[in-house]
Design a protein around this ligand. Structure first.
Ligand SMILES: Nc1nc2c(c(=O)[nH]1)N[C@H]1C(S)=C(S)[C@@H](COP(=O)(O)OP(=O)(O)OC[C@H]3O[C@@H](n4cnc5c(N)ncnc54)[C@H](O)[C@@H]3O)O[C@H]1N2
Ligand code: MOO
Length: 412
């Protein structure tokens, strides 16, 4: 039937379909290594970290004051209860049990003597010589930290696949860990393609441009924790591409440019020769001409040449692909709903990303489009602090419409 096998008649793969397909076809390939806690921030935890002891490890005072047994002050309807002071416990001490009917002076972080279960804050306390005058109405357990109220021994403190943060490192330290088993960095070979593309600093002959995608993608990959191997800039020649692509040793090969439909676009054909193409072209604007496949056993992602198209395609598919290969839990970027502050005409059928900046206007957060549009424009990407995500079925946007945005800060 004419047209039945024509790729232009085939509905484009949606971003979600492509993402599922891609994630089904790859698994974690990153090895593991042990790193000292001081080097663990931003690394990916390779296995669950189980709490070796509870936090806090012992019952302790949460305020400076006086520790007592609540039964000694319970049920007293009015008036002060007199409790002789029988000791003093500072942080780091190892006190004996509380003498019944007495209180002890105690400081924040100090262990509660056995038999004490409540702390009277010093601001609420009065003393008559060596006797504490406890007011009525003191709640049982007040100003005490119970064993394991933060985390219990044996519980999973940090989950495999999570990217460690300063707080996660602090938790591991508090649990007594000196080193953590993390994923070795993913090695990503990165190349830019195009006869017109020159490295930064090189003179530009007529018709040439400087390579923006290489530095863009290298920086994004490094922010995801990858080790980037720069495979340089390769011209629009099948032989040159084949020679470069077949010689790369990496966990992932990423390219930009040369994946659309013109006769100067050779990437897809060369990858098909060296391995295979799993899918090509997405219902994504910009970023439609994207190819995913393999070169030998190495996954390959070919991003479009236009810089914002490369960024959008990396956001949609590159990020989850890297996360999966690197052993990181694949996370959807957090999305928030804000007010649309602009008009935008569009034809439904593709997911669209727009570069926006977010402004607080009264009680509302409003997204405004920034700078020049067009998938080749970089200044607007550099200014954007979020991308608006316009779903496939939605038609034109108007000011005041609810709009889904993905804040970029902290995403990479
Ligand atoms: N007939 C068609 N033409 C085009 C289609 C299509 O479907 N049919 N798709 C368009 C779309 S959408 C995009 S995006 C581009 C992407 O095509 P390629 O991936 O083949 O990219 P190139 O043609 O190599 O380059 C496109 C554009 O980007 C510039 N570029 C390339 N590499 C870099 C780099 N490293 N740094 C900065 N800029 C780069 C390049 O000079 C071109 O201007 O194709 C449309 N055409
Ligand atoms: O990916 Mo292209 O225009 O959609 O830049």
């Amino acid at each position: 039937m004419p047209g039945a096998t024509d790729c232009f008649a085939t509905p484009l793969l949606s971003v979600d379909q492509a993402r599922d397909r891609l994630l089904r076809s790859v698994a974690c390939v990153a090895g593991v290594e042990m790193v000292a806690l001081d080097a663990a921030d931003a690394r990916i935890l390779a296995g669950d970290l189980v709490a070796a002891h509870s936090l806090p490890p012992f019952a302790q005072a949460a305020m400076d004051g006086y520790a007592l047994d609540h039964r000694d002050v319970a049920g007293v309807p009015a008036g002060l209860v007199r409790l002789p002071l029988s000791g003093r416990v500072a942080a780091g001490d190892a006190p004996g049990p509380l003498t019944p009917g007495t209180a002890v002076r105690i400081f924040t972080g100090a262990p509660l003597p056995q038999g004490a279960d409540t702390v009277l804050m010093q601001e609420d306390a009065a003393l008559d010589g060596d006797v504490l005058l406890a007011p009525p109405g003191l709640a049982a357990g007040r100003h005490c930290r119970a064993v394991g109220e933060d985390i219990a021994a044996g519980a999973v403190a940090l989950a495999a696949g999570q990217r460690l943060t300063p707080a996660a490192v602090a938790l591991a330290a508090a649990l007594g860990e000196q080193a953590l088993v993390v994923r070795a960095p993913l090695t990503v070979a990165l190349l830019s393609t195009g006869n017109e593309v020159r490295p930064a600093g090189a003179p530009l002959p007529p018709g040439a441009i400087h390579d923006a995608n290489g530095p863009l993608l290298a920086a994004l990959l490094r922010r995801l924790g990858c080790r980037v191997v720069r495979a340089g800039i390769v011209g629009d020649s099948r032989d040159a591409l084949k020679a470069t692509l077949s010689g790369l040793r990496a966990d992932l090969i990423l390219s930009s440019g040369g994946v659309s439909a013109g006769e100067e676009d050779h990437v897809k054909a060369v990858v098909a020769d060296l391995g295979g193409i799993d899918f090509w072209r997405l219902a994504l604007k910009p970023g439609k001409p994207l190819a995913f496949g393999n070169i030998g056993v190495t996954p390959f992602l070919g991003l479009p040449g236009n810089p914002f198209a490369a960024f959008a395609a990396f956001l949609a598919l590159g990020r989850p692909l890297v996360q999966r290969l690197a052993g990181e839990t694949v996370t959807d970027p957090p999305r928030i709903t804000v007010r649309c502050g602009f008009s935008h005409a569009r034809a439904p059928g593709k997911r669209e990303y727009l570069r926006v900046t977010l402004r607080q206007e009264g009680a509302e957060t409003v997204a405004h489009q920034v700078g020049a549009g067009g998938s080749a424009a970089l200044s607007s990407l550099a200014q954007a602090d979020a991308v608006a995500e316009v779903e496939d079925a939605r038609d034109s946007l108007r000011p005041g419409d609810p709009l889904t945005v993905i804040p970029l800060h902290g995403l990479f």
